[in-house]
Design a protein around this ligand. Structure first.
Ligand SMILES: O=C(O)CCC(=O)C(=O)O
Ligand SMILES: [Fe+2]
Length: 275
C-alpha cells in the first residue's frame, strides 16, 4: 500500500490529481497542500492526501491513473481494516454490557457511510529553530480510526495527547504528548468523537498531531488512516448516561439525541475545510 501511495503522490501529474480532487462537501478525492487545517489555532497542514470512500469491489469515485491498477489491492486493504475494526467493536460492546453485535450491526460495510481510507503524504522538509506542525492537534470524527505509519519514515513525529487535560479547547499543552513510533507491526487505534459522544464520554477521543522537531531535516512521511463511521442512517442514541461530573465533549460538538451518523459527520467537516 505504501509503495502505491508514494507512487501516486510523487509521480502522478498535477492535472490528474486535480481531475480527482475533493470537491466540498463530498469528502472523497485528492486534497492538495495547505487546504486542510486540523487545528484551527495553527496554520494550514503541510500535507497532501487522497481520500478513498470505502468500497468492496468497485471504487465509488474517479480514481487517478496511477491508482487504477491498485483497485483490488485497496479493496483487500479496506476489507482487512473493516474486519479488524469489527473485532474491536465486538469487544467494546461486550465491555459496555451490550449485545456483542450492537456496534457491528451499525457499521454494515454494504450500507452507505462516511467510512474512508485516506492516504497521506508529507513532503520532506527542514526546520529552523522552530518545530513545524505537519498536522495540527485534533481528534478524528467517527467511531474508530486505524492509523498505519510507513516504517522508516524518519522522525515519525506522530504524537498522542495523554488524557490529562480537563477541558478540550483550553490548550493542548495542558497534557503530555507521547511519541508513537512507526513500525510495521504496529497500528494505532484512535477513538473518534462520535464514539465519545455515543458513549457519554466513557471513551474520550484521542487527540493527536504530527510534529517535526526544531533544527531537523526529515524525509517524506507516509501514513494511511482508516476512518470508520457508522452507516449514514444510523440514529445515535446515547449508551448509558453521562456520569456525574463528566463533561459533555464529543470533540466540542453538540450531540443531539437521535441525530444520524451522516448528520454528525457533515457537521464535523464544516470546521476543517476552508470554504
Ligand atoms: O499522518 C498521520 O499519521 C496523522 C493523520 C491524521 O491524524 C488524520 O488525517 O486525521
Ligand atoms: Fe487524525
Amino acid at each position: 500500500m505504501f509503495v502505491a501511495s508514494r507512487n501516486f503522490f510523487e509521480q502522478e501529474s498535477i492535472e490528474e490529481k486535480t481531475r480527482c480532487r475533493r470537491v466540498h462537501p463530498v469528502n472523497s478525492g485528492w486534497v492538495g497542500q495547505g487546504v486542510e487545517k486540523l487545528d484551527a489555532k495553527e496554520s494550514e497542514d503541510l500535507k497532501e492526501a487522497f481520500n478513498i470512500m470505502a468500497y468492496t469491489e468497485k471504487p465509488k469515485q474517479t480514481m487517478p491513473k496511477m491508482l487504477e491498477g491498485e483497485v483490488p489491492l485497496i479493496a483487500d486493504f479496506i476489507s482487512a481494516c473493516h474486519d479488524l475494526c469489527m473485532d474491536l467493536l465486538e469487544g467494546m460492546a461486550l465491555s459496555l454490557d451490550l449485545e456483542k453485535d450492537y456496534f457491528t450491526l451499525r457499521h454494515a460495510p454494504s450500507a452507505p457511510s462516511g467510512t474512508t481510507l485516506r492516504l497521506l503524504y508529507y513532503p520532506s522538509t527542514t526546520t529552523t529553530s522552530q518545530a513545524l506542525v505537519r498536522a495540527g492537534a485534533h481528534s478524528d470524527y467517527g467511531s474508530l480510526t486505524l492509523l498505519f505509519q510507513q516504517e522508516g519514515s524518519d522522525a515519525s513525529g506522530l504524537q498522542v495527547l495523554l488524557p490529562t487535560n480537563k477541558a478540550r479547547g483550553e490548550g493542548s499543552e495542558a497534557g503530555e504528548w507521547l511519541d508513537v513510533p512507526a513500525s510495521p507491526e504496529r497500528v494505532l487505534v484512535n477513538v473518534g468523537d462520535l464514539m465519545e459522544a455515543w458513549t457519554g464520554s466513557r471513551w474520550p477521543s484521542t487527540i493527536h498531531r504530527v510534529l517535526v522537531p526544531a533544527n531537523t531535516f526529515v524525509g517524506p512521511r507516509l501514513s494511511i488512516a482508516y476512518f470508520l463511521q457508522p452507516a449514514d442512517d444510523v440514529k445515535l442514541h446515547r449508551i448509558g448516561t453521562l456520569a456525574a461530573g463528566q463533561e459533555e465533549r464529543g470533540g466540542g460538538r453538540v450531540f443531539e439525541e437521535g441525530m444520524t451518523s451522516g448528520e454528525w459527520l457533515a457537521r464535523r467537516f464544516e470546521a476543517t475545510y476552508r470554504k
